[in-house]
Design a protein around this ligand. Structure first.
Ligand code: T4K
Length: 379
């Protein structure tokens, strides 16, 4: 859509660079099922991310579902309501009950200090999300998981390349899931991965994503089809060559927003966390209606009317959707922090090629509380 700046724009390499990969696929006629690009991409990703084992998937949602199967999760899973609904759906699709826990007011991630009171004899796992790529309180979560004998499965859909205290955030817990959807910092059109340090778990995941086949005639479990094809694996290999530059460019966009919006009364920005390498995939702001002078939705609509399509990630909370709002943990008032933040958040447009002029116009629209329309759109 012309004259519209969306919340994100996918990073794409020059098309000419992809042609040789396609020629090779056409030559080999090997399109999927653990082909050469699939194998190379798994290896290259593990090296890039600084993790032990990567299992590629056709998307992040099926990776979550298969990860829960691979860990043999049953009963209740404690999770965050402040997430894309895929996290909650994956729990539901595995015939488990999501139990929602409130979030931390600084990181917007599942609040490890509020978790223990939700554990019951039916709890088998904790499924936190590194929202916007901000690392969860990984140490405390691990302590609780170890104390109660629970599995710890991170939805790391937003956390490509994120490091905490020098270590990949994907190395914590039993399993982590990455999404390579078009809207993510690193994309393969659609795609995803599971990351683990355990060779046996990697093997079980690889069986489960290929219908449960452990050999030509051996099926070890009721698997599904979660495989990534050669087209996307080849594309991912190419994307890896450009990702550092893309993240560096996106970081500059975030810095420009921060400088422009630092002093706006009633607008709260999310700062970089100490000892964390971020990927800048999202730029959330919180709008305090009383101090700012406009409601979150009024600002959201004003930006949209000017062609700037931010998104209210994540509103409503997962726990507020009809499929889940009957659950006891979803009852209004039980998660005051999440309930407040979901009503105030807007994620502003951010991506590597977002022009300075666009950032400046968006910032100007936010600062000019009374003003309605900017002079033309930067697109
Ligand atoms: N867990 C978490 C925490 C997640 O955030 C997600 C996905 C998942 C699990 C599941 O992973 P995947 O199965 O998706 O791999 C988008 C994405 O579809 C979704 O992947 C993502 N999270 C979520 C946060 O955002 P929508 O409904 O906002 O997408 P859509 O189509 O409205 O796209 C947003 C904007 O991006 C568009 O307005 C324009 C731009 N865009 C989008 C696409 C698809 C493009 O410029 N090009 C494109 O190809 O959910």
């Amino acid at each position: 859509m012309k004259n519209t700046i969306f919340v994100t724009e996918p990073s794409l390499p020059p098309l000419a660079e992809f042609i040789p990969y396609l020629e090779e696929i056409w030559e080999n006629k090997w399109l999927t099922n653990n082909g050469q690009f699939h194998q190379q991409f798994e290896q290259a990703l593990a090296e890039y991310l600084g993790v032990r084992y990567v299992s590629l998937f056709t998307n992040g949602m099926i990776a979550l579902q298969i990860g829960l199967q691979a860990l043999r999760i049953t009963g209740e899973v404690i999770t965050t309501p402040f997430t894309f609904v895929a996290t909650t759906h994956a729990i539901h699709w595995n015939s488990c009950t999501p139990v929602f826990c409130d979030i931390d007011p600084v990181t917007y991630n599942l609040d490890a200090d509020k978790l223990e009171s939700l554990i019951t004899p039916k709890t088998t796992a904790i499924m936190p999300v590194h929202v916007y790529g901000n690392p969860c309180n990984v140490e405390k979560l691990q302590r609780i998981a170890d104390t109660y004998g629970l599995k710890l499965f991170y939805d790391a859909a937003h956390a490509f390349g994120v490091r905490t205290h020098g270590e990949s955030v994907l190395n914590f817990g039993d399993l982590s899931m990455l999404s390579f959807h078009a809207t993510k910092v690193f994309n393969t059109f659609e795609g995803g991965a599971l990351i683990t340090n355990e060779p046996k778990l990697k093997q079980r995941i690889d069986f489960l994503k290929n219908f449960g086949f452990a050999g030509e005639t051996t099926v070890v479990a009721p698997g599904a089809n979660g495989k990534m094809d050669e087209f996307r694996a080849a594309f991912g290999l190419l994307q890896l060559k450009h990702i550092d530059e893309e993240i560096a460019k996106t970081r500059r966009v975030a810095e420009r927003y921060r400088a422009a919006l630092a002093e706006v009364p009633g607008i709260t920005l999310m700062e970089d966390l100490p000892n964390v390498v971020h990927n800048y995939g999202y730029f959330p702001i919180l709008v305090d209606e009383v101090r700012y002078g406009l409601s979150r939705d009024a600002l959201y609509d004003k930006l949209k009317a000017n062609g700037y399509y931010g998104r209210r990630y994540f509103y409503p909370l997962s726990s507020q959707f009809p499929s889940y709002r009957h659950l006891p943990s979803a009852e209004p008032g039980r998660m005051p922090v999440a309930e407040a933040i979901t009503e105030r958040v807007i994620c502003l447009p951010i991506f590597a090629n977002l022009a300075d002029e666009c950032v400046d116009r968006i910032a100007m629209l936010i600062k000019d509380v009374e003003g309605e329309i900017s002079e033309g759109n930067c697109a």
